[in-house]
Design a protein around this ligand. Structure first.
Ligand code: GLU
Length: 430
């Protein structure tokens, strides 16, 4: 079922006509290199992953056949601390994608100054085709295979697209069984009863909202009455949409894999979240009108939040975007060509590597709580999260103003300098 036969299309990282996510990341690093001063000597460090592991993940399906899936764990950089980043289960996962996602974690973790490097993992699988038992066997075998490079002080996975607290519980259990003691700190995003943190599920969306409000304040846009469009209404987009609506904004358009919907007066987001919970997507929601998927990008709005997958805003649709501000909840949703188009149109892009850093920030809190076996209240967590996000965003904003560069380049400047300074101080081994 998941075999890689000769008929399979060439993965994008091998296709010379397609930049692919890793190619996009490399372009982003090239854009920032002129701003790195003497640290540019070390920039090659950022242009290759430290370590990449490809694993075969065989499982017995419920019908008795054996299926093989390809899994990955990439540690892009560990100069500032252990690897850290999510695990994605998706039918389109490739090594190039996981490499790029791991690199964006290095940048993100340095941008908000949490003491981690960057890592990411994934399995090329459509988890919707698996039973719960098959999903558990897949997760456990994958965890065992990458067990040689992960660990609470080595590399700490977390949820990403199509993974959740249950999958983190199985990962934590498998790793713990293999090492012979319960190691809660090996993954974050666990259920609260297993050493998880309060506020972790909502943290990414809360961070998106926090930087969105800051960006709106600095550009003089009132949140009250602001028109918001959201792509992807899962953990990130759903939470961000709810927080914006609670703050008086109007969610006027939403798109996900089940369709696109609009309501000019603003949707009842609580009802929409209940609909998504029940049906698995936004399609068919009674409180909005269906709209063509293509039309979503041109919808009249002030704030656009891509919160699904990478490569969504491209040179083909960036010109249509009417929003004044794009806040990237997803990782890598905007291509460099689209970045330039949006910049020329005067659209402010708050990049993924700062906008969606709330998730890993509360993952850091979870890891600290696990190590100290002392747990914080939700108020403490949210207050610390908001403080870190605001401070990091303010720093990046100033660097952007001082250097007259985009917020993406500014965030890369801040982050790359931190990483490469650590690299320089540590020096080369041997
Ligand atoms: N997968 C999330 C991200 O892309 C969270 C990673 C983490 O908490 O380690 O930032």
């Amino acid at each position: 079922m998941a075999s890689h036969s000769g008929t399979h299309p060439l993965p994008s990282y091998l296709d010379p006509n397609h930049l692919g996510p890793w190619g996009v990341y490399l372009q982003q690093v090239d854009r920032v290199t002129p701003y790195l001063g003497s640290l540019a000597r070390w920039v090659e460090t950022l242009k290759r992953p430290k370590r990449a592991l490809i694993v075969d993940v065989p499982i017995e399906l419920d019908n008795g056949t054996i299926a093989h899936f390809e899994g990955y764990r990439v540690q892009h950089n560990t100069s500032r601390g252990p690897g850290k980043g999510g695990v994605r289960f998706h039918q389109d996962v490739t090594l190039s994608e996981v490499m790029a996602l791991s690199a964006w974690m290095s940048i993100k973790n340095a941008a908000v100054n949490v003491p981690y490097g960057g890592a990411k993992g994934g399995i090329r699988v459509d988890p919707k085709t698996l039973s719960k038992g098959e999903l558990e066997r897949l997760t456990r075998r994958y965890t065992s295979e990458i067990g040689i490079i992960i660990g609470p002080s080595k590399d700490i996975p977390a949820p990403d697209v199509n993974t959740n607290g249950q999958i983190m519980a199985w990962m934590m259990d498998t790793y713990s069984m293999n090492v012979g003691s319960t190691a809660t700190g090996v993954v974050t995003g666990k259920p609260v009863d297993l050493g998880g943190s309060l506020g972790r599920v909502e943290a990414t969306g809360r961070g998106v909202f926090t930087v969105g409000v800051e960006a709106a304040r600095l550009t003089g846009m009132p949140i009250e009455g602001a028109r918001v469009a959201v792509q992807g209404f899962g953990n990130v987009g759903g939470t961000a949409g709810k927080l914006f609506a609670d703050a008086g904004a109007k969610v006027v358009a939403v798109q996900d894999h089940t369709g696109s919907i609009q309501n000019d007066k603003g949707m009842d987001v609580t009802a929409l979240l209940a609909h998504v919970q029940k049906t698995g997507g936004v399609g068919g929601f009674a409180g909005a009108e269906p709209m063509a998927n293509d039309a979503f990008w041109g919808v009249a709005c002030d704030i656009l939040i891509p919160a699904a997958l990478e490569g969504q805003i491209t040179e083909h649709n960036a010109g249509k975007i009417q929003a004044k501000m794009v806040i990237e909840g997803a990782n890598g949703p905007t291509t460099p060509e689209a970045d330039d188009i949006l910049h020329d149109k005067g659209v402010l892009v708050v990049p993924d590597v700062i906008a969606n850093a709330g998730g890993v920030t509360v993952s850091y809190f979870e890891w600290v709580q696990d190590f100290s076996s002392f747990f914080w209240t939700e108020e403490e967590i949210n207050a610390r999260l908001v403080r870190i996000m605001k401070e990091a965003f303010a720093g990046v904003w100033h660097v952007a103003q001082d250097n007259k560069v985009s917020l993406r380049t500014a965030t890369f400047i801040v982050a790359c300098k931190r990483i490469l300074h650590a690299r320089e101080m540590r020096g080369l081994y041997p």
